[in-house]
Design a protein around this ligand. Structure first.
Ligand code: BES
Ligand code: MN
Ligand code: ZN
Length: 503
C-alpha cells in the first residue's frame, strides 16, 4: 500500500472514498468543513435525526451530488468522546475505513486528520498518524494466496493507496514520520499474518528459515540456522524429541540485529514455531485440529518484529530466536513416558506429547544464555487453558521480574495488544514434579497456563517474560483492522518494547 501525507482541503481532494473522523461530543462543523453544501446538509440531517451519533466505529456513508465533486463518497467514522481518544481508536477507525473501501471496491482512500483531532485526547500527531496508517493497512488485508480463482467471479480489489490529509503544514512533518513508522509496522504484522495463515504444508520449518534468510539479507543481520545434525551436536534434546515423528527437518533460527554499540547486552525475542501441532501420540481431537497450523504464531511475530526492527534501523542489539518443528505421529515419534535430556541438561519426563511447545522453548531459552541477554521475551500459543482464562482479549504474561512484566504490559497497552499477568506462586511448581526425571512436561488441567510458565522458568537465568498468545494470535477477526485467521499478535508489542528500550 502506497501511503502519502498531503496538505489539502478535504472537499477538494480527488478520491473515491474520503474518510472523516467525527467526535460524539464536538460540533460537527469541522467534519463537514470543506465538503459541498449538499453533502453537508445530508450529514447534518442524519445527525439531527440521531441516525449518526459518532459513537465508536459507527459509520455514515454520504454521496456528494453533482458531477463535479472530486470526492465520490464521504465516510464519517465515529470516534466516541474527544477526551477518550487513544491510538487504538484511530487504528480501529482506519480499519473501518479500509473495510468500507473494500465494500465499495475503492482502490484508493483518503483519511482526514483534522487539526481538532490532532489536539484531542492524549495522542500527539505522530502517534495518531502511525495508528491510523496501521489500521488502514491492517484492515485492508485479505489472505487469498491459496485461492486460484476470486470468489463470485469478482476480481479482488486491493487497496493500493492511502492519502492522509492534514490541514496546513504545522503537523505535516510529525504526521509524515508517524505514517512512515506505521507503514513499516503494518507490513511486518502482515508478514506475521501471512505466515500464520499459510497452511502447514507450505509454512514448514524450512519455509520459516527461508523467510529469516530474506530478512537477514535485506537488513544486514547475522543469520544462524541449525538443522538436525547441528541440533544434535548442540544437545537440543527437547526440540529433537518433538521433531522425531516428523519428516520435516527441525530448525533453530537465530537472527542478530547488532546496532547497540560496544558493551550493550542484547534484547532477545523468542517465538514458538510449531508449524503444525497434531498433539503427537497424545493426539488431539479432529474437530478444529486444522487451527493448529497457527501454532507457529509466536515464531511469525518474532520474524516479523525482526523485519520491522531492521527496517527502522533500531539502535539496539536485538536477537530473534525461533525453534521450529512439526509435532506429528509416526513409529519414530516420542511417546508418553519417554525421558529426554534438554539443552540445559535437565531431564524431562514427557507425560503428554501434546505439551510440546514448552519442550522446544526450554531448549531455545537455554540456548540464548550465550548472548548474555539484558532481557528475554518469548511468545507462544502454549496452552488451551489460556483461552479459557482470558479469552481473546489479552495474552497472558508470566515471568521472573515484576518490573519487566509491567514494562511489557505498558508497551502492550500503548499499541493495543493487551497482556495480563498471571501469578507464579511457588506451590504451582509442585504440579510438574516428576518421579522419574528432573521435571515433567505437564501439570494437568488446573492452572495449565501457569504450570507451563513454571516449566519454562526452570530453564531461564536472566530477566524474562513469557507471553501465552493462544487466545490472541488468531481468531474470528472481530476488530475493524482484523480479518478471520492470524492477527499478527504480538508483533507490534515486540517492536514497541524494543523501541522504548532503545530510547
Ligand atoms: N498448541 C497447543 C495449545 C493451544 C491450544 C493453542 C488451543 C491454541 C489453541 C499446545 O501445544 C498444547 O497442546 N497444549 C496442551 C498442554 C497440555 C497437554 C498440558 C493443552 O493446552 O491442552
Ligand atoms: Mn500441543
Ligand atoms: Zn502446540
Amino acid at each position: 500500500m502506497n501511503v502519502s501525507v498531503q496538505s489539502a482541503a478535504s472537499g477538494r481532494f480527488a478520491t473515491p472514498l474520503l474518510a472523516v473522523p467525527v467526535f460524539a461530543d464536538a460540533p460537527g462543523d469541522e467534519a463537514v468543513a470543506g465538503l459541498d453544501a449538499g453533502t453537508a446538509a445530508q450529514i447534518a440531517a442524519a445527525r439531527a435525526r440521531g441516525d449518526f451519533t459518532a459513537k465508536e466505529n459507527q459509520t455514515l456513508l454520504a454521496y456528494p451530488a453533482g458531477g463535479d465533486s472530486p470526492v465520490e463518497r464521504v465516510l464519517l467514522v465515529g470516534m466516541g468522546k474527544r477526551d477518550d481518544l487513544t491510538p487504538e481508536r484511530l487504528r480501529r477507525a482506519g480499519g473501518t475505513a479500509a473495510k468500507q473501501a473494500g465494500k465499495v471496491r475503492a482502490e484508493r482512500v483518503a483519511f482526514v486528520l483534522p487539526a481538532g483531532l490532532l489536539a484531542a485526547g492524549k495522542v500527539d500527531a505522530r502517534q495518531a498518524a502511525q495508528a491510523l496508517v496501521e489500521g488502514v493497512a491492517l484492515g485492508a488485508y485479505t489472505f487469498t494466496e491459496m485461492k486460484s480463482r476470486p470468489e463470485n467471479g469478482d476480481a479482488p480489489v486491493a487497496l493500493s493507496d492511502l492519502a492522509v490529509l492534514v490541514e496546513g503544514d504545522d503537523s505535516a512533518a510529525a504526521v509524515r514520520e508517524g505514517a512512515r513508522v506505521g507503514e513499516i509496522l503494518a507490513r511486518a504484522e502482515l508478514l506475521a499474518r501471512d505466515l500464520g495463515n499459510l497452511p502447514g504444508n507450505v509454512a514448514t520449518p524450512t519455509y520459516l528459515a527461508q523467510t529469516a534468510e530474506k530478512i537477514a539479507g535485506a537488513h544486514g543481520m547475522k543469520l544462524t540456522v541449525l538443522g538436525r545434525k547441528e541440533l544434535e551436536a548442540e544437545g537440543m534434546g527437547g526440540l529433537l524429541a518433538v521433531a522425531q515423528g516428523s519428516e520435516q527437518e527441525p530448525k533453530l533460527i537465530v537472527l542478530e540485529h547488532r546496532h547497540g554499540g560496544k558493551g550493550t547486552k542484547p534484547l532477545v525475542i523468542v517465538g514458538k514455531g510449531v508449524t503444525f501441532d497434531s498433539g503427537g501420540i497424545s493426539i488431539k481431537p479432529a474437530a478444529n485440529m486444522e487451527e493448529m497450523k497457527f501454532d507457529m504464531s509466536g515464531a511469525g511475530a518474532t520474524l516479523a518484529a525482526m523485519q520491522a526492527i531492521g527496517e527502522l534501523g533500531v539502535k539496539a542489539d536485538v536477537i530473534g530466536v525461533v525453534p521450529t518443528t512439526e509435532n506429528l505421529l509416526s513409529g519414530a515419534a516420542m511417546k508418553p513416558g519417554d525421558v529426554l535430556r534438554s539443552h540445559l541438561g535437565k531431564t524431562i519426563e514427557v507425560v503428554n506429547t501434546d505439551a510440546e511447545g514448552r519442550l522446544i522453548l526450554a531448549d531455545a531459552l537455554s540456548y540464548v544464555r550465550r548472548f548474555d541477554p539484558a532481557a528475554v521475551i518469548d511468545a507462544a500459543t502454549l496452552t488451551g487453558a489460556c483461552v479459557i482464562a482470558l479469552g481473546h482479549q489479552a495474552s497472558a504474561a508470566m515471568g521472573n521480574d515484576e518490573a519487566l512484566i509491567e514494562e511489557i504490559r505498558a508497551a502492550g497497552d500503548r499499541v493495543g495488544q493487551r497482556i495480563w499477568p498471571l501469578p507464579m506462586y511457588d506451590e504451582y511448581r509442585e504440579q510438574i514434579r516428576s518421579d522419574y526425571a528432573d521435571i515433567k512436561n505437564s501439570g494437568g488441567r488446573p492452572a495449565g497456563t501457569i504450570t507451563a510458565g513454571w516449566f519454562l522458568r526452570e530453564f531461564v537465568s536472566y530477566p524474562w517474560v513469557h507471553l501465552d498468545v493462544a487466545g490472541t494470535a488468531y481468531g474470528e477477526g472481530k476488530l475493524p483492522y482484523q480479518t478471520r485467521g492470524s492477527t499478527g499478535v504480538p508483533t507490534r508489542l515486540f517492536v514497541e518494547w524494543v523501541l522504548a528500550r532503545a530510547g
